[in-house]
Design a binder for this molecule. Structure first.
Ligand SMILES: Cc1cc2nc3c(=O)[nH]c(=O)nc-3n(C[C@H](O)[C@H](O)[C@H](O)COP(=O)(O)OP(=O)(O)OC[C@H]3O[C@@H](n4cnc5c(N)ncnc54)[C@H](O)[C@@H]3O)c2cc1C
Length: 421
């Protein structure tokens, strides 16, 4: 495996780019692994990497029914932030952001993490008060956070609709260390680094059944044959309920909804930050990719489905939000839009936990915010699988919290994905 460096770029330039080695192997499935992670998205690949790297585990496979990053991992709007107040989320997402800050070096792969700032627009004194409480808590606990006046905001983002907006802008809450990354590069980077540590990455390998005996996991049925395993971790995002049913575990507090993303034709540099607003039922976020496309999105499609495509009413909704906040986009052409299948949990928070089957572990419920979580999710899921107990940081990320009414996220919006969308 070639280590990427300026020297390897120059050397391969002299040999016509013909001597690069494969980025990861394409092995045949073995009949048995110590640990199998189901799902070759960001969370599954990160978990396999940290199992091998942090815990020295060997004989690991990642099984993926399609191709790496073909799920939500390669379909999201790539916003990375850690602007949470309550301890259940704050420590986890700050750990994730710190991992992001080192990720390109750690993986020897450029994930194009760009700390360009995350700007949440404020539209009322009440919103400013609530946000000040949250951002002050962040500052007091070691996360960067700022509240900007309207003049500061105008100086930094001059193109917003300050004169005639449906919801007038009065300032902004800002996390400067937040930003964006290139999503498929993250999948490829983790895959390459995991492969280098001996992890078998098995694409086109769909799990079709879960084998168990005496209350313990024993292996998986897959489209490429049966594979035995001592430990199995599910990290299949919007398909979690399907896998859960294969394991005959009943119902999960998860619904699969669609979320769409949009990209415009490339423009000259227009927006140097991630800008977000949520007010009066509208929800919108936008940034500009390195290629110049405006990348944006809004709410869920509001009905349950496993299809990776969305519907036109949301296109209208999101484009209205875009032009209300950035009227200069009115004549820009939309290049593409697509959808991913979100694993929406009933309280908007995730699961990294054991299951009723011994040695079967669950990683799910990332809603529309699991991209930023992927490094920490892999880190703590690997820790759980290796040690068979949750790290204190993720102690509440279990299925029993609904029996006890434990609140992880500060929104406390209620038991329905629609309230968290
Ligand atoms: C449009 C959109 C915008 C988003 N924007 C953001 C954002 O800005 N910031 C943010 O933090 N998050 C965002 N998210 C959420 C984020 O993308 C997800 O929470 C996260 O990617 C989910 O984890 P994953 O990458 O592991 O999932 P996935 O990439 O979906 O991985 C799961 C994998 O499991 C595989 N699988 C499923 N069933 C089986 C089976 N039976 N056998 C084998 N493999 C199987 C799937 O093929 C898939 O590759 C967004 C999501 C979408 C769709």
């Amino acid at each position: 495996m070639t280590r990427y460096s300026a020297w390897s770029v120059i050397k391969n330039g002299f040999s016509g780019q013909k001597n690069w080695s494969r980025v990861w192997r394409d092995p045949e499935p073995k009949s048995e692994y110590d640990t199998i992670i189901v799902g070759g998205g960001l969370h599954g690949l990160a978990t396999a990497y940290y199992l091998a790297k942090n815990h020295g585990m060997k004989n690991i496979a990642v099984v993926e029914k399609g191709w790496l990053g073909g799920g939500n991992g390669g379909r999201n709007t790539t916003i990375v932030r850690s602007n949470y107040m309550m301890p259940g989320s704050r420590f986890f997402y700050e750990h994730s952001l710190k991992l992001w800050e080192q990720l390109s070096h750690e993986l020897n792969y450029n994930v194009m993490f760009s700390q360009r700032a995350h700007i949440s627009l404020l539209h009322s004194p009440a919103a400013r008060d609530a946000t000040a409480r949250r951002y002050n808590t962040m500052r007091l606990t070691g996360t960067d956070a700022e509240i900007w006046s309207l003049d500061q905001l105008k100086g930094a983002v001059p193109h917003l609709n300050y004169d005639n907006a449906r919801f007038p802008i009065i300032g902004a809450a800002v996390q400067r260390r937040a930003g964006t990354a290139r999503h498929d590069a993250v999948a490829w980077g983790y895959a390459r680094a995991a492969d280098q540590l001996g992890v078998d990455i098995l694409q086109n390998c769909e799990v079709t059944g879960v084998r168990r005996g005496n209350g313990k996991i024993t292996g998986l049925q897959t489209s490429r044959g049966d594979i035995s395993a001592n430990k199995v971790g599910f990290a299949v995002a919007g398909n979690t309920s399907r896998l859960w049913q294969m394991a005959e575990l009943g119902k999960l507090p998860i619904e699969s909804h669609k979320l769409q993303a949009f990209v415009s034709e490339p423009l000259k540099p227009l927006l140097d930050q991630v800008v977000v607003f949520g007010v009066g039922g509208a929800h919108f976020y936008i940034s500009q990719s390195d290629k110049g496309g405006m990348v944006f999105g809004g709410d869920l499609d509001w009905y349950k489905s496993y299809a990776q495509r969305g519907n036109l009413p949301i296109v209208q909704d999101v484009c209205e939000a875009a032009t209300s906040i950035l009227p200069c986009l009115g004549r820009v052409r939309l290049l593409r839009h697509w959808a991913g299948v979100m694993d929406m949990s009933m309280d908007g928070s995730p699961f990294i936990c054991k299951t009723p089957i011994e040695n079967l572990y669950l990683n799910a419920g990332w809603n529309y915010g699991g991209f930023k979580a992927s490094p920490a999710s892999g880190w703590y899921f690997a820790d759980l699988i290796a040690n068979d107990r949750p790290n204190p940081v993720i102690e509440g990320y279990n299925l029993q919290r609904f029996e006890r009414g434990v609140n992880i996220d500060e929104r406390g919006a209620g038991p329905d994905p629609k309230l968290h969308g």
